[in-house]
Design a binder for this molecule. Structure first.
Ligand code: ATP
Length: 464
């Protein structure tokens, strides 16, 4: 049912970055930890540390800003994870949200049939599954990806329910509530950010594919005749969002689905793909879903989900265009695209060239000599002023070079150093993470300057 295009399509990125480097930096600096590590780990789940939480929050905030705050035609929603089980029958998920699963009787490995081209044989990793006599693959079986659980205190009287595998259905079943209360007329959209769960057959590649993840989905309801136009609009709009927050255009591409790949509901789908170290792979999907969802829920629930114009009496079932992006996958793309290594003054430094508006920490306040009471006092006072407005850090521990390297690795765009000269003339150096240029500013002007820098347009200095 689904299609991971990326690994079918070389080339692999030529950057210094590899998935191993991202995994190691993420752990070392407290972005992402393997889950349940002290119990041996659970391969496909991850926990997010301090900087991971801040980065993830910034990704969600930038998405919500672009979808809701900067527009007049989209409102927000937060629907439940556990919905009425009939929702998933009507949506087609109970019957059809499955992947074809293939087992190897000899090496006992399990594969997605639609990924066999890119998987490795368990016995001979240079070969694909099924390519040699050492493989004995079963027929494909459909495996439903929804996690099932039970609601109710008593086992006998309980009801089977599902953890949602996407946030979209919570939006469709609220169409009537939102359309009437928000007084919206198509074209208008409903945006939602929240957790989804999929019992993936082959999770992996770090946080690219996990069992639980967050999604940012927006359902845009339009008059049927305008659906194609809005579909093209949202493909362009979403591509521009990734570029706006620093992903290099050369590492992004749009891939329209072939007719035989389309989901049952789709009249057209395009993936925005990113050149991950594993190859071109889906980052975000944009689908023209027609009237499938509203019609299905109307039939199954008996509640008419349609637009009725109170003035003219005109009525129609809107068509839906949906951009759907994984928060964690987006965060991974930002981390990979930002990762850089360079030699500065004979020392290698690793730096995350994150867009300042995504960076977990915006500025670090660093007294040059951590034991100098006067410097510490001035630095603390600057830090206290800035922390009321931005996510900033104070650090007086260890050699200044080490402190800079730590901030470079978590992607802090600005370093503010308090030194001897500050004590004399109350000026501070502002160090730019990417160019390493330093400017000297009066301490009283730092807050305004940081605000200005953070608000400015930004492009990745990485080339290629
Ligand atoms: P894939 O082909 O990679 O399995 P999909 O086409 O099934 O993805 P959608 O159902 O379109 O994905 O979900 C929208 C977005 O949610 C994806 O583009 C991706 O960013 C994210 N996503 C989907 N499944 C996962 C997962 N298991 N882990 C992390 N992110 C996911």
């Amino acid at each position: 049912m689904r299609y991971l295009s990326g690994s079918l399509c070389p080339p692999v990125s030529t950057d210094a970055v590899t998935m191993d480097k991202i995994v190691s930096l993420s752990k070392r600096r407290g972005f992402v930890f393997p889950s349940s590590e002290i119990y041996g780990g659970l391969g496909s789940s991850y926990d997010y540390g301090h900087y991971g939480v801040l980065l993830k929050d910034n990704v969600k905030a930038r998405w919500l800003e672009a979808m809701v705050r900067e527009r007049d035609d989209i409102v927000a929603l937060d629907s439940s994870i556990i919905l009425h089980p009939e929702v998933w029958k009507a949506s087609g998920h109970v019957g059809g949200f499955s992947d074809p699963l293939v087992d190897c009787r000899l090496c006992k490995q399990r594969f997605r049939e639609d990924h066999l081209e890119t998987e490795r044989c368990g016995k001979r990793p240079s070969k694909k599954p099924g390519e040699t006599a050492e493989c004995d693959l079963t027929e494909a079986r459909q495996f439903n990806l929804m996690f099932r659980t039970r609601v109710g205190a008593m086992e006998e009287s309980g009801v089977d329910v599902y953890l949602r595998p996407e946030t979209a259905q919570g939006i469709f079943i609220n169409f009537k509530n939102v359309a009437s209360i928000a007084r919206r007329k198509p074209p208008f959209g409903i945006a939602q950010v929240g957790k989804s769960f999929r019992n993936e057959i082959t999770p992996g590649n770090f946080i690219f594919r996990t069992l639980e993840f967050e999604q940012m989905e927006m359902e845009f309801f339009v008059p049927p005749a305008e659906a194609d136009e809005w579909y093209r609009y949202w493909v362009a709009e979403r591509l521009a969002w990734h570029v706006r927050y620093g992903v290099r255009e050369s590492h992004l591409r749009v891939r329209p689905h072939e007719a035989d790949e389309l989901s049952h509901y789709s009249r057209g789908t395009s993936d925005i793909e990113y050149l991950f170290p594993i190859g071109w792979s889906e980052l975000e999907g944009i689908a023209n879903r027609g009237d499938f969802d509203l019609t299905q829920h109307t039939e199954a629930s008996g509640t008419k989900l349609e637009w009725v114009d109170a003035g003219t009496g005109e009525r129609f079932v809107p068509h839906v265009v949906e951009p759907a992006l994984g928060v964690n996958r987006s965060m991974l793309a930002f981390l990979i695209d930002a990762y850089d290594e360079e030699v500065v003054g004979e020392r290698q430094r690793t730096v995350l060239r994150l867009h300042p508006q995504l960076a977990p920490v915006k500025a670090a306040v660093l007294p040059l000599v951590g034991k100098d009471a006067a410097m510490v006092e001035m630095a603390r006072s600057l830090f206290e002023e800035l922390r009321r407005h931005h996510s900033v850090e104070y650090d007086d521990n260890g050699a200044i070079g080490r402190r800079y390297r730590r901030q470079d690795e978590i992607g802090t765009p600005y370093g503010l150093t308090i030194d001897e000269q500050t004590l004399e003339d109350e000026t501070v150096t502002v160090r730019d993470r990417d160019s390493l240029e330093q400017e000297r500013l009066p301490i009283g002007g730092v807050r305004a300057r940081i605000g200005e820098l953070l608000a400015a347009d930004w492009r990745s200095p990485k080339v290629g």
